[in-house]
Design a protein around this ligand. Sequence first.
Ligand code: HEM
Ligand code: HEM
Length: 195
Amino acid sequence: MTVKNTRQNYGSVAKLLHWSIALLFLMSYCTVYFRHWFTEEKTPENWIALQLHLSVGITVAAIVVLRILWRLSNRVPDPEPGPSWAHRAAHIGHYLLYAVMIVMPLTGYIGTGVNTEYFMLFDIPKFESTVLFDAIVTQGLGMSFEEFEKPIDTFHKEIMGEYVLLLLIFGHIAAALYHHFVLKDRTLKKMTSGK
Ligand code: HEM
Ligand code: HEM
């Protein structure tokens, strides 16, 4: 397996970044819904589940920066033969997935009113206590944190978390499985064994 992408396959670094982010997205859902479904408000488990969600989300933010830099410095493997509308749809889908990898951690962070205890190792201050919040939200928009947080929260949780993101990810997975099992081409192999 090569480190960089080739005409045939994604390289080891692109695969590592892709599958780590896929795992972190899964963890972000598991932690938040574990909190909703299996913990009581104001218990230590409830707090730990929230903190794990925040920590996982911030890890995505860090990895996506590396991923974009790596993507820009690498070729993309050649697409499998197919109609041009399908190639265009795949491109748009990938760009939207890159967009959510940025937008989800960002809206999560700016809309959260508590510090992140990053995997219980160190604290990352909440947006509300940064100079950026003061400059942009308090002075620029003239809003309090409560006023600012409401629409951001609705976007992060209700619009993206419950609908748009799930639709995009399931669409992406369905497309990968369709290529593998129905069209029987190398699309999924490029991101896995490469054989
Ligand atoms: C990959 C990144 C992220 C994903 C996919 C994600 C996804 C989600 C989802 C699905 C929900 C629950 C929606 C619902 O209520 O049904 C949620 C809630 C929430 N997220 Fe995120 N999130 C991410 C990053 C972050 C980050 C970085 C923070 C803050 C630092 C954050 C803070 C929150 C908070 C405070 C809630 C509400 C928790 C609760 O209601 O129990 N998220 N997020
Ligand atoms: C079980 C889950 C997943 C499977 C089976 C899967 C499968 C694949 C496959 C086969 C490709 C290569 C497509 C091609 O070359 O045309 C790919 C690319 C990609 N995937 Fe996934 N994926 C999964 C989860 C995710 C998640 C959760 C995200 C992001 C939130 C994601 C984002 C991307 C992006 C952005 C690309 C394009 C890579 C590039 O060209 O830079 N994937 N995925």
